[in-house]
Design a protein. Structure first.
Length: 550
């Protein structure tokens, strides 16, 4: 009887259903575990961790005070034990972030736990986030404005208030540089190119040259006015000074403009810690990167990633759908179409770097170089479209994801019953009217599925983008207030390349590790949001066309 029962379980498929359910559950748990790992490692970077003051005995026995944040502990490696006779067999060491890279040379230090005499968390310890040289740990000494010097709690409160004012002032400076100054520089470059075009064409038109000269003089005057305004604003931003003290008592004086933020983590309540955490996350999402991308924010990378994916989708959707409709509905099903389908399927497995090389050779050098010679000769030898940019990156990824869209669309079209096609034709509709009004709306979920897969792949690709437009740091966004507003020839930043650059190209791996996890987490969120939008569109189309097949 047990043998018959086992045979029944296998024969009715219950065992395989259970195994499939277990496999799906395991896959879901693995994905959730990966997301939790990335989120915990990345978001912990923004939480205001406590600062610890260690009393430590150096190797020569002399005492030292060290301020830092405990990172992790581990057993001392045997290679270090061999060079330090007398060390305990189970000796542990603690990795501490000590910051103050400009003063001591290192962001991190290993401390032997056996030499740590005491630990304390004084509330007066301060964390500074600086424009350069990373964070600073120490104690507040005084704040000086003009001839007035304030210390203690009054000086700290005045320092924080002035820091807020200075941030607003620096925001005005950046806005002025990115809008008014950028617009004047853009018009000056246009003026220069127009004058060079006259020289290349051999046009000796005194009136036109005089008009260009008059325009340039006006722009130069406007630029000098803006330069004077910026000089005044920078003077205001660099007026105040603040002095801090390191753990060993060294005074350090900084300009207020060099400080991004300041806080006392040990004196914060839980609501204050949460508010500070949210503020730092918002800053990370909205600010530009600093310090070779290891500090600051990732807004240009988010903007470039989303814009590139949208442009890629706009290009790949019509071409993919048209190709699939032709192969499925119009082309004769013979040896030639079978070869095309096999080729399309094989193209989906071609390494992405091959597409990057193709985009570099065809789009950038051939098409882009031809556009430069025809329409931007006055700018040569500096290339305009003959170098990597947002347009060529979007086209390259569209080419890379085109097979996925074609295959998904064909599968969606093949699911439409033949009776529906014949019924539409029997009612007098033409083939195009039948496709437009009945078949394509019913196949739209399959089309959207292909686009979802294309977006998911394109958002994470890095290798081809390194050849056709992505850069470590883009000086300006591809969208601004200068005509034609969308500058598809500009280089851009990408979250995937940002992760590669920060994680593998930075010499300070330990310091950049949290930034890598945080950027990876937000890349996952960007892909998730784009996919959720596409899923919502697919669900809406499915509901609208539910009755077409009944």
């Amino acid at each position: 009887m047990p043998r018959l029962r086992n045979k029944s379980v296998v024969s009715d498929g219950s065992l395989w259903i259970s195994l499939n359910a277990a496999a799906v559950s395991l896959a879901v748990l693995l994905v959730l575990g990966l997301l939790l790992l990335v989120a915990s490692k990345g978001l912990a970077h923004f939480w205001p961790k406590a600062l610890i003051e260690f009393e430590y005995s150096k190797s020569d026995g002399s005492p030292a005070l060290i301020i830092g944040q405990a990172v992790r502990s581990e057993p001392v490696p045997p290679s270090i034990k061999n060079t330090a006779p007398g060390m305990a067999e189970e000796e542990q060491r603690l990795l501490v972030k000590v910051a103050n890279r400009d003063l001591d040379g290192d962001d991190f230090r290993w401390l032997l736990k056996g030499r740590i005499n005491s630990r304390a968390a004084p509330q007066e310890l301060v964390v500074l986030e600086r424009q350069q040289w990373g964070q600073f740990y120490g104690r507040f000494v005084s704040f000086r404005r003009a001839a007035q010097s304030l210390d203690g709690e009054i000086g700290w409160a005045e320092f924080l208030r002035s820091l807020d004012e200075n941030r607003r002032l620096l925001g005005e400076i950046r806005k002025l540089e990115n809008t008014a100054v950028g617009r004047v520089n853009y018009r000056l470059e246009k003026n220069r190119l127009a004058l060079r075009r006259l020289d290349l064409d051999g046009v000796e038109d005194p009136e036109q040259r005089a008009a260009l000269k008059w325009e340039r003089e006006g722009l130069d005057a406007e630029y000098r006015e803006l330069e004077a305004a910026l000089t005044d604003l920078y003077g205001q931003a660099r007026r105040d000074r603040v002095t801090f003290e390191t753990a060993d008592g060294r005074p350090v004086t900084m300009e207020l403009a060099d400080i991004v933020d300041a806080w006392k983590p040990n004196a914060m309540s839980w609501p204050q810690q949460l508010g500070h955490f949210l503020a730092r996350v918002f800053y990370f999402l909205s600010a530009e990167p600093r310090e070779a991308n290891t500090e600051g924010g990732i807004f240009p990378a988010i903007f470039g990633t989303v814009l590139m994916v949208l442009l890629m989708t706009i290009v790949v959707a019509p071409f993919g759908v048209v190709a699939a409709v032709y192969l499925s509905e119009y082309a004769k099903q013979n040896f030639f179409t079978r070869v095309i389908r096999v080729t399309i399927s094989n193209l989906a497995g071609v390494p992405s770097i091959v597409y990057g090389v193709f985009g570099l050779g065809i789009f950038v050098y051939t098409i882009g170089g031809g556009i430069d010679r025809l329409f931007y000769e006055s700018a040569l030898p500096a290339p305009t479209f003959g170098t990597g940019g947002l347009l060529w990156a979007s086209l390259t990824l569209a080419l890379l994801t085109l097979p996925v869209v074609i295959v998904s669309t064909e599968e969606g079209l093949s699911r439409i019953p033949r009776d529906i096609r014949e019924g539409s034709l029997a009612l007098g509709a033409t083939r195009w009217e039948m496709l437009r009004g009945t078949v394509l709306p019913m196949a739209s979920p399959g089309i959207i599925t292909g686009l979802i897969l294309a977006v998911a792949r394109a958002a994470g690709e890095v290798a081809p983008l390194m050849l056709v437009g992505v850069v470590k740091l883009a000086p300006s966004l591809p969208v601004d207030g200068n005509f034609p507003f969308f500058h598809l020839e500009r280089k851009f930043m990408h979250l995937g390349f940002h992760i590669y650059d920060v994680g593998l190209q930075s010499p300070n791996v330990e310091a950049t590790k949290p930034v890598v996890f945080a950027t990876a987490f937000f890349l996952i969120l960007v892909v998730l949001v784009l996919n959720l939008v596409a899923l919502n569109v697919r669900s809406s189309l499915s509901r609208q066309n539910k009755g077409l097949g009944s």
